[in-house]
Design a protein around this ligand. Structure first.
Ligand SMILES: [Zn+2]
Length: 127
């Protein structure tokens, strides 16, 4: 079994509704994102998933989030754009394109700062 990941990032603005503190006001983050695919076996070349393929899929989703006011885009017009919800959103966007017989999307981690972040797991892989 192989857990294969790429790191990427995006810069956007957001605010948290009903948050009792400064995060309720508009501000921005440079979110760091790690997308991990779990491969159960390797292909004939010896790869779980080609990094190039993984990067292409992730890029599509990250481009939708980059340089945006997240509160103005679905689903964050109604769902608070917390790092937790952002991780789940990225996961849900990537789950279908990264589902094959050999590998599947395992987790999406989102770091709001160098010292704070979280990992979102799909239903079948929750610890
Ligand atoms: Zn924030």
């Amino acid at each position: 079994m192989y857990d294969i990941f790429i790191n990427t990032h995006f810069s956007s603005g957001h605010h948290l509704r009903d948050y009792p503190g400064s995060c309720e006001y508009p501000h921005g983050h440079n979110w760091k994102v790690r997308v991990t695919v779990r491969a159960h076996e390797l292909d004939e070349v010896g790869m779980g998933i080609d990094f190039k393929v993984l990067k292409q899929h992730v890029k599509v989703v990250i481009e939708q989030l980059d340089h945006r006011n997240l509160n103005e885009m679905e689903p964050f017009t109604t769902v608070n754009p917390s790092s937790e919800h952002i991780a789940r959103y990225i996961f849900e966007q990537l789950q279908a394109p990264l589902a094959t017989a050999r590998y599947h999307l395992f987790s999406v981690s989102v770091h709001e700062t160098d010292s704070a972040g979280l990992i979102y797991y799909g239903k079948s892989d929750r610890p």
